[in-house]
Design a protein around this ligand. Structure first.
Ligand code: SF4
Length: 213
Protein backbone atom coordinates (compact mmCIF):
# COMPACT_ATOMS: atom_id res chain seq x y z
CA UNK A 1 0.00 0.00 0.00
CA UNK A 2 1.33 3.44 -0.89
CA UNK A 3 1.12 5.72 2.11
CA UNK A 4 0.78 9.41 1.28
CA UNK A 5 0.39 11.10 4.63
CA UNK A 6 1.99 11.19 8.03
CA UNK A 7 -1.46 11.05 9.62
CA UNK A 8 -1.28 7.27 10.01
CA UNK A 9 1.90 7.58 12.07
CA UNK A 10 0.80 10.12 14.66
CA UNK A 11 0.76 8.78 18.23
CA UNK A 12 -2.58 8.48 20.05
CA UNK A 13 -1.39 10.85 22.74
CA UNK A 14 -0.35 14.31 21.55
CA UNK A 15 2.66 15.39 23.58
CA UNK A 16 6.00 16.56 22.25
CA UNK A 17 7.71 13.50 23.74
CA UNK A 18 5.25 11.14 22.03
CA UNK A 19 5.52 13.02 18.73
CA UNK A 20 9.33 12.93 18.89
CA UNK A 21 9.35 9.19 19.41
CA UNK A 22 6.72 8.49 16.73
CA UNK A 23 8.14 10.73 14.00
CA UNK A 24 11.23 8.54 13.61
CA UNK A 25 8.96 5.77 12.38
CA UNK A 26 7.07 7.91 9.88
CA UNK A 27 6.83 6.53 6.37
CA UNK A 28 4.29 9.08 5.18
CA UNK A 29 6.33 9.99 2.10
CA UNK A 30 9.53 8.64 0.54
CA UNK A 31 11.91 11.15 2.18
CA UNK A 32 12.61 8.96 5.23
CA UNK A 33 14.51 6.46 3.09
CA UNK A 34 17.49 8.74 2.37
CA UNK A 35 17.75 10.48 5.76
CA UNK A 36 19.32 9.55 9.09
CA UNK A 37 16.75 11.13 11.39
CA UNK A 38 13.32 12.64 11.38
CA UNK A 39 13.77 16.02 13.02
CA UNK A 40 10.88 17.21 15.13
CA UNK A 41 10.86 20.71 16.56
CA UNK A 42 12.57 21.67 19.77
CA UNK A 43 11.64 24.07 22.53
CA UNK A 44 9.30 24.45 25.49
CA UNK A 45 5.84 22.92 25.24
CA UNK A 46 4.38 26.28 26.35
CA UNK A 47 6.51 28.49 24.09
CA UNK A 48 4.84 31.76 23.10
CA UNK A 49 6.67 31.81 19.77
CA UNK A 50 6.98 29.04 17.17
CA UNK A 51 9.42 29.44 14.30
CA UNK A 52 8.79 27.24 11.27
CA UNK A 53 11.49 26.65 8.66
CA UNK A 54 11.61 24.44 5.59
CA UNK A 55 13.32 21.14 6.34
CA UNK A 56 16.34 19.83 8.27
CA UNK A 57 19.73 20.35 6.65
CA UNK A 58 22.77 18.11 6.68
CA UNK A 59 23.79 18.82 10.29
CA UNK A 60 20.21 18.60 11.50
CA UNK A 61 19.82 15.24 9.79
CA UNK A 62 23.00 13.93 11.41
CA UNK A 63 22.16 15.18 14.90
CA UNK A 64 18.37 14.82 14.82
CA UNK A 65 18.00 18.43 16.07
CA UNK A 66 16.52 21.43 14.24
CA UNK A 67 18.48 24.57 13.31
CA UNK A 68 21.90 23.46 14.56
CA UNK A 69 23.79 24.16 11.29
CA UNK A 70 25.03 27.48 9.90
CA UNK A 71 21.50 28.84 9.35
CA UNK A 72 20.59 27.89 12.91
CA UNK A 73 23.60 29.72 14.30
CA UNK A 74 22.62 32.83 12.34
CA UNK A 75 19.07 32.49 13.64
CA UNK A 76 20.34 32.24 17.23
CA UNK A 77 22.39 35.41 16.78
CA UNK A 78 19.45 37.32 15.27
CA UNK A 79 17.10 36.15 18.02
CA UNK A 80 19.57 37.25 20.68
CA UNK A 81 19.86 40.68 19.04
CA UNK A 82 16.13 41.30 19.42
CA UNK A 83 16.04 39.93 22.96
CA UNK A 84 14.46 36.55 22.19
CA UNK A 85 16.13 33.57 23.80
CA UNK A 86 16.40 30.53 21.51
CA UNK A 87 15.72 28.25 24.48
CA UNK A 88 12.37 29.98 25.04
CA UNK A 89 11.04 29.64 21.49
CA UNK A 90 9.93 26.51 19.68
CA UNK A 91 11.77 25.91 16.40
CA UNK A 92 10.61 23.40 13.82
CA UNK A 93 10.27 22.75 10.10
CA UNK A 94 7.45 22.18 7.62
CA UNK A 95 9.07 18.88 6.55
CA UNK A 96 10.75 16.59 9.06
CA UNK A 97 13.16 14.61 6.89
CA UNK A 98 16.12 16.03 4.93
CA UNK A 99 15.58 15.98 1.17
CA UNK A 100 18.93 15.91 -0.58
CA UNK A 101 20.72 14.69 -3.65
CA UNK A 102 24.23 13.24 -3.72
CA UNK A 103 26.98 15.43 -5.21
CA UNK A 104 30.25 13.51 -4.95
CA UNK A 105 30.68 12.71 -1.28
CA UNK A 106 28.36 15.49 -0.18
CA UNK A 107 24.60 15.66 0.12
CA UNK A 108 23.14 18.80 -1.41
CA UNK A 109 19.90 20.31 -0.15
CA UNK A 110 16.96 19.80 -2.48
CA UNK A 111 13.74 21.71 -1.93
CA UNK A 112 10.89 19.53 -0.69
CA UNK A 113 8.05 19.14 -3.16
CA UNK A 114 4.48 20.15 -2.41
CA UNK A 115 3.66 16.46 -1.99
CA UNK A 116 6.24 16.17 0.81
CA UNK A 117 4.98 19.34 2.50
CA UNK A 118 1.39 18.07 2.31
CA UNK A 119 2.30 14.58 3.51
CA UNK A 120 4.26 15.96 6.45
CA UNK A 121 1.70 18.55 7.50
CA UNK A 122 0.09 16.38 10.24
CA UNK A 123 3.33 16.62 12.28
CA UNK A 124 3.37 20.41 12.09
CA UNK A 125 -0.34 20.61 12.88
CA UNK A 126 0.25 18.34 15.89
CA UNK A 127 3.12 20.52 17.12
CA UNK A 128 0.95 23.64 16.79
CA UNK A 129 -1.88 21.85 18.63
CA UNK A 130 0.42 20.91 21.52
CA UNK A 131 2.39 24.16 21.84
CA UNK A 132 -0.48 26.51 20.93
CA UNK A 133 1.90 29.42 20.31
CA UNK A 134 0.64 32.99 20.46
CA UNK A 135 2.97 33.88 17.59
CA UNK A 136 4.00 31.79 14.58
CA UNK A 137 6.89 32.95 12.40
CA UNK A 138 7.26 31.38 8.96
CA UNK A 139 10.92 31.34 7.96
CA UNK A 140 11.06 31.39 4.17
CA UNK A 141 8.77 30.66 1.25
CA UNK A 142 8.24 26.95 1.92
CA UNK A 143 6.96 27.49 5.46
CA UNK A 144 4.91 30.50 4.36
CA UNK A 145 3.30 28.57 1.50
CA UNK A 146 2.64 25.61 3.78
CA UNK A 147 0.96 27.71 6.46
CA UNK A 148 -0.38 30.74 4.63
CA UNK A 149 -1.24 29.34 1.21
CA UNK A 150 0.14 29.38 -2.32
CA UNK A 151 -0.73 33.00 -2.96
CA UNK A 152 1.39 34.29 -0.10
CA UNK A 153 4.65 35.93 -1.21
CA UNK A 154 7.35 36.47 1.42
CA UNK A 155 8.99 39.08 -0.82
CA UNK A 156 5.84 41.22 -0.73
CA UNK A 157 4.49 40.60 2.76
CA UNK A 158 7.47 39.85 4.99
CA UNK A 159 7.59 41.46 8.40
CA UNK A 160 3.85 42.09 8.51
CA UNK A 161 1.39 40.29 10.78
CA UNK A 162 -1.28 38.56 8.75
CA UNK A 163 -4.58 37.02 9.89
CA UNK A 164 -4.50 33.23 10.19
CA UNK A 165 -6.56 30.61 12.01
CA UNK A 166 -3.29 28.94 13.12
CA UNK A 167 -2.34 31.42 15.83
CA UNK A 168 -3.36 34.87 17.06
CA UNK A 169 -0.26 36.47 15.49
CA UNK A 170 1.40 35.16 12.34
CA UNK A 171 4.27 36.73 10.40
CA UNK A 172 6.62 35.58 7.66
CA UNK A 173 10.19 36.50 6.96
CA UNK A 174 13.03 34.96 4.98
CA UNK A 175 14.79 31.74 5.93
CA UNK A 176 18.13 32.43 7.63
CA UNK A 177 19.87 30.38 4.91
CA UNK A 178 18.75 33.07 2.42
CA UNK A 179 20.80 35.57 4.43
CA UNK A 180 23.82 33.26 4.20
CA UNK A 181 23.31 32.87 0.45
CA UNK A 182 23.40 36.62 -0.27
CA UNK A 183 25.99 37.17 -3.02
CA UNK A 184 28.52 39.34 -1.17
CA UNK A 185 29.25 40.73 2.27
CA UNK A 186 27.34 44.00 1.70
CA UNK A 187 24.25 42.10 0.55
CA UNK A 188 24.63 39.71 3.47
CA UNK A 189 24.82 42.57 5.94
CA UNK A 190 21.68 44.16 4.49
CA UNK A 191 19.80 40.86 4.41
CA UNK A 192 20.78 40.21 8.01
CA UNK A 193 19.61 43.67 9.12
CA UNK A 194 16.25 43.13 7.42
CA UNK A 195 15.93 39.70 9.03
CA UNK A 196 16.70 41.17 12.48
CA UNK A 197 14.19 43.95 11.81
CA UNK A 198 11.44 41.37 11.06
CA UNK A 199 12.29 39.40 14.18
CA UNK A 200 12.29 42.67 16.11
CA UNK A 201 8.60 43.04 15.27
CA UNK A 202 8.02 39.58 16.69
CA UNK A 203 9.90 40.44 19.90
CA UNK A 204 7.93 43.68 20.21
CA UNK A 205 4.65 41.79 19.80
CA UNK A 206 5.68 39.23 22.42
CA UNK A 207 6.61 41.97 24.89
CA UNK A 208 3.21 43.60 24.26
CA UNK A 209 1.47 40.30 24.97
CA UNK A 210 3.42 39.81 28.19
CA UNK A 211 2.60 43.36 29.34
CA UNK A 212 -1.09 42.83 28.51
CA UNK A 213 -0.98 39.74 30.74
S1 SF4 B 1 9.14 13.90 5.49
FE1 SF4 B 1 7.44 13.91 6.91
S2 SF4 B 1 5.81 12.68 5.94
FE2 SF4 B 1 7.75 12.24 4.89
S3 SF4 B 1 8.49 10.41 5.96
FE3 SF4 B 1 9.43 12.21 6.91
S4 SF4 B 1 8.15 12.70 8.65
FE4 SF4 B 1 6.97 11.34 7.32
Amino acid sequence: MRVTSAADFLPPELTLAALREAVEGCRGCPLWACANHAVLGEGPEDAAVMLVGEQPGNEEDLTGRPFVGPAGRLLDRALAEVGLDRTEVYVTNAVKHFRSEPRGKRRIHKKPGQEHIDACRPWLDAEIAVVRPAVIVCLGATAARALLGDAFRVTRARGTFVPSPLAPHVLATVHPSAVLRAPDSAARRLAYEQFVSDLGRVAERVRGLVEAG
